[in-house]
Design a protein around this ligand. Structure first.
Ligand code: CUA
Length: 139
């Protein structure tokens, strides 16, 4: 699904979501652990993905993804998920993590001077809610 949304409103909704489920902070970015089945929000802005998500393997979520300022590219590494994130649109994606681990979101659309540093993080916990170590995973 894709629907129009005011970028600042979407960002405000993201902040609200963060306030509700925040469990910590990592390098200045809030870390959020929403309950399985919930609607989750992520905003792309120069040059960050906010927040860091902690999700549960096997649980279904509706991921709302939008950009605050300019176009960004959502690329989930090492899974082969690529998505254009455009301000003014809320993309509601149904996601069910099938693998526990520590994943990176890379921006694959040139968005300015900090483009190459725009890296986000998604942590997928195992079914019992524990973090799993990934052997040889990039830090
Ligand atoms: Cu955001 Cu490149």
């Amino acid at each position: 699904i894709r629907r129009r949304v005011e970028p600042t409103k979407f960002f405000a909704r993201t902040q609200e979501f963060i306030k509700q489920y925040r469990v910590g902070t990592e390098s200045g970015i809030p870390v959020v652990e929403p309950p399985p089945g919930s609607d989750i929000y992520m905003t792309a802005l120069t040059y960050q993905w906010i927040p860091v998500l902690r999700l549960r393997k096997g649980a279904e979520y509706t991921l709302h993804l939008s950009a605050l300022d300019v176009n960004h590219g959502f690329s989930l590494f090492p899974l082969n998920v690529n998505f254009q994130v455009v301000p003014g649109y809320d993309y509601g994606l149904r996601v069910t993590p099938t693998e526990a681990g520590d994943f990176r979101i890379i921006c694959n659309e040139f968005c300015g001077i900090g483009h190459h540093t725009m890296v986000g993080r998604v942590i997928v916990l195992d079914e019992s809610g524990n973090e799993v170590g990934r052997s040889g995973g990039a830090q």
